[in-house]
Design a protein around this ligand. Sequence first.
Ligand code: ACO
Length: 313
Amino acid sequence: MPGSRLAALGHHQPARVLTNDDLAGMVDTSDDWIRRRTGIATRRIAAPDESVTDLAAAAASKALAASGLRPSDIGLVTVATCSAVDRCPSIAAQVAGRLGIPSAVAYDLNNGCAGFCTALAGADHAIRAGAARHALVIGAEKMSDVTDWNDRSTCVLLGDGAGAAVISADEKAGIGPVAWGSDPTRSDAVRLVDDWHPHFAQEGQTVFRWVTTELPALARDACHRAGLTPADLCGVVTHQANLRIIEAVTRQLDLSEDVIIAKDVIDSGNTSAASVPLALSKLTERGEVPSGSPVLLLAFGGGLSWAGQVVTC
Ligand code: ACO
């Protein structure tokens, strides 16, 4: 059965950089605490008039230009987001309109931070089923809209941004089979609480323990489904939530010494569903991932849910 491959990537981040010292002027925290517990040094924050649609459209437009395709070639547009305040029309439909994509199926998907990898699998399945030949898959978040800026335990973590991929039908399967699922026994561990204002809340230690215990097996599962082991990987792009999580998880995999491990959390903070495509797009833009090499994408978040697959870059 024909599969699909990554044809092009693009990303966009707002111009404003928020440093740890800036945050220390807003809540009772310090650069030292944030770096030691999370690895985060800076994050980007969108302007008040910069929406999730703006972020998504900017990343998507770069990916579409890099693909060399025409807007009319795109048959499916999907945006993974959990922070969009617009419910209808979908962000995907708005992006299709902005980019002049005339008649694609366009819909949003909310699977928390696992949203991009979930959407990528859905688009790959649609292409395999013959429902589209080219798809635009986007992860976009304006987490600053759903942040309690008085809560030091969460406001230091989050950032805004977007990443996008164009995937195209191909005889070779460049998007590997997905490993995905959820653990509803921990469905309260990550939430958007909507009382005085919608804001992100989590049981940080519960999530930390769950991720560092479960993620290595999920990473092996995604590799196994692609006929690989972690030792075969050239790169690993996990959800960028915490540098300590990235290091603890990748330490437990038998990776080769020269494997590229995405650490964009340092510069971008946690951008939820945008974090995986943002980090992947930056790695490829810098030429750090050789063309044709296998890279594991693996995301986790609210649900608790997870989704991951090996892609050929
Ligand atoms: N500055 C200073 N002190 C702080 C801050 C801060 N910004 N935030 C919390 N503290 C204090 C706490 O009040 C607590 O103080 P106490 O000991 O006096 O009670 C102490 O620091 C320790 O707090 P913990 O919450 O136990 O800190 P921890 O080491 O667990 O780090 C963190 C918190 C970074 C959230 C960590 O638990 C984590 O990363 N968890 C995983 C989160 C995750 O992966 N989420 C992914 C899904 S959601 C998404 O991605 C959008």
